[in-house]
Design a protein around this ligand. Sequence first.
Ligand SMILES: [Zn+2]
Length: 473
Amino acid sequence: MNEPAYLTYFRALCAIPHGSGQTRDVSDFCVAFAKAHGLDCAQDEYNNVVIRKPASEGYEDHPTVVLQGHLDMVCEKDADCPIDMTQEPLCLCFDGDKLYAKGTTLGGDDGIAVAYALAILADDSIEHPALEVLLTTDEEIGMIGANALDPALITGRTLINMDSEEEGILLAGCAGGAHILLRMPITREHCAGKRYSLRVTGLPGGHSGTEINMGHANADYVLADALRLLAKHEGFALLSMEGGTKDNAIPRQACAVFLLQDDDAFVAETLAALEIDEKKLYPADKDLRFIWQSETDDEADALDDVSTGRFLDLLAQLPNGVQAMSAYDASLVQTSLNLGILKIDKDSVQITISVRSSINAERDALLRVIESCADAARATAQVGGLYPGWEFKQDSRLRDVMCHAFETCYGKLPKVQTIHAGLECGLFCNMWEDLDCISMGPNMYDIHTPRESLSLASAARTWHYLLEVLKNL
Ligand SMILES: [Zn+2]
């Protein structure tokens, strides 16, 4: 068996449970590896690991290169999979070009980065400048390890992040972000009428960053539009509304309950006409449906007119979706926001919005716009989870070397892109201002799902490409 060394290390990693929040063992494994190979190593209380290796002969005066990946993986499994991912090894399967784990996520994201790094460190025949291998923890649950990293542990200012999933694409920028919670106090008054429930359904949703430009409707906004029309009718009184469960997902469903004078025909006509219009507005959402039910006459404490007006005005004024495209590449989103969670409880409306931008100043400006909308609605706004973006740099020696090496290996140039989602590179660029970095990786499919797989041929090509890059840095 002539298995490449990185695959052997990958197997070893898969034998150690290493879901987010459970990285002690895999971190210790890397420390033991360093000791066994006589390499300098540091481990912190977050289980981050840094392993250093001196330059190979002839590279002593080249700048130090940081190879980086994260140790934790997302643990997802099929409903009928018996494996306990906190205790048991993954069950690796080879199927043609695909490597996957039976019934579970594979953790190719980001185990392949760790495997590459260890294989490079272990092999004294590879040519490279001085190396610092930086293995972080809990990337998948908020980049906790990278956030807590002591910047003094790393001296290199050239960093290759191996946490991307598409061969042939070099990422050279990513979004930063924040979430913002709006809380609008409401006043309720006793009302009577026929009780209606209304649901918006059939929307595909999607990731609030990478899929924000797919043209899908946000269920909360569609429902608010319907309520705006229904509120024109006499006796409309809103009791509740709810839509969305995560700030980083576009809401697929939303529902509202309200009182109205008994007029099913008005509701039916209004919603039927609106459904047609909304489908024209969102041609990608053919399955969008309004599902409504009228129930019995009821009495309840509904939002008073002022609160209802403020609430619907707030939703009408809040920006949503893509706000700016990149000046470098018109196909890339630069700034966006997503209203992810909305709910109305007894005495307030609560709205959680996630904001993303690759330009920190633009993210902050957008937060100010949202705050101003909140002010107008007499709502409070609380910003949290602020993380920095990684701005595309006009000049990058690393990018030049990586593009050139790509041409040598593949006979064509790679695509250089930015991504509208967070990467640890954003934190690192903020930590070390003069950092030059690129994110790359082999082809992986369906990451974060039990269908996750890694292309073995792509992993082999990427390995040789990585060695070519190191030789030229
Ligand atoms: Zn990852």
